[in-house]
Design a protein around this ligand. Structure first.
Ligand code: DGT
Length: 229
């Protein structure tokens, strides 16, 4: 299945809620999204959906993530189109628990598309087709998000983490690229001057070490679990 269920759930819980309170975690590559999500896996009222990066690495045997980094001018459109599809599948997945936390969203794909537009890696017509799909889907499907958690992390910190993690597809990712992706996330979620912001934004300082981040996550947990749809 394209949608792995990360936790065993009991159907009876879904009767308690008309829909899930949905949180999307956003931030640069290496900003700590996975660590945030892992923290929430232990709560039995929350479904945690990690980003489908493993799907992007094996599309019928083809590693689309690798192709996108190797030759973005050739493969960026294909990659962004598949990212949009896999994100939409996650948005429309309705698990029977009151809280749902997703890594990224269909909206964060636009940050990467914006960067490709600025770098002239996508043609105008490619951008238009991706954008028309995006607009149609956001207007005609139910993609409600209740809260965005933005892990705001400096590009030098994420660069260091990415090097330590050493995902092989990311060999060619430069500090300059991470700065561009950071600036676009900031324009979108911090300054809120780029695209529509689909939900209230909680900004967390992602530069902290793991021990201090856990304290931030716990504060965040209380805010999430106290909110009502
Ligand atoms: P984390 O847990 O904060 O360290 O996050 P990561 O780095 O595991 O996850 P993410 O989503 O920031 O990035 C995974 C890889 O996929 C990374 O190489 C960037 C890439 N990626 C994610 N979404 C998009 C997209 O829409 N377009 C492009 N071009 N790349 C994307």
């Amino acid at each position: 299945s394209l949608i792995p269920v990360f936790q065993k759930t009991t159907a009876s819980l879904c009767n308690l809620c008309k829909r899930q309170f949905t949180v999307c975690v956003e931030g640069n590559i290496g900003s700590g999204k996975t660590t945030f999500l892992s923290h929430f896996k232990k709560f039995n009222n929350t479904t945690v959906l990690q980003e489908p990066v493993d799907l992007w690495r094996d599309v019928g045997g083809t590693n689309l993530l690798k192709l996108m980094y190797e030759d973005p001018a050739r493969h960026a459109f294909l990659f962004q189109s598949y990212v949009q599809l896999t994100m939409l599948q996650r948005h429309t997945y309705k698990p029977p628990l009151p809280y749902k936390i997703m890594e990224r969203s269909v909206h964060s794909g636009r940050c990467f598309i914006e960067n490709m537009k600025r770098a002239k890696l996508l043609s105008n017509v490619e951008i238009m087709v991706l954008n028309d799909w995006y607009e149609w889907c956001t207007q005609n499907t139910n993609l409600e998000i209740d809260l965005i958690v933005y892990l705001r992390t400096s590009p030098t910190v994420v660069y260091q983490r990415m090097k330590e993690r050493a995902r092989k597809e990311e060999n060619s990712v430069s500090l300059e690229y991470l700065k561009q992706i950071h600036d676009i996330h900031d324009e979108w979620l911090y300054h809120q001057t780029l695209f529509t912001v689909p939900a209230p934004v909680l900004v967390l300082d992602g530069n902290k070490n793991l021990k201090d981040m856990i304290i931030e996550f716990e504060n965040c947990k209380n805010q999430i679990f106290n909110r009502k749809i």
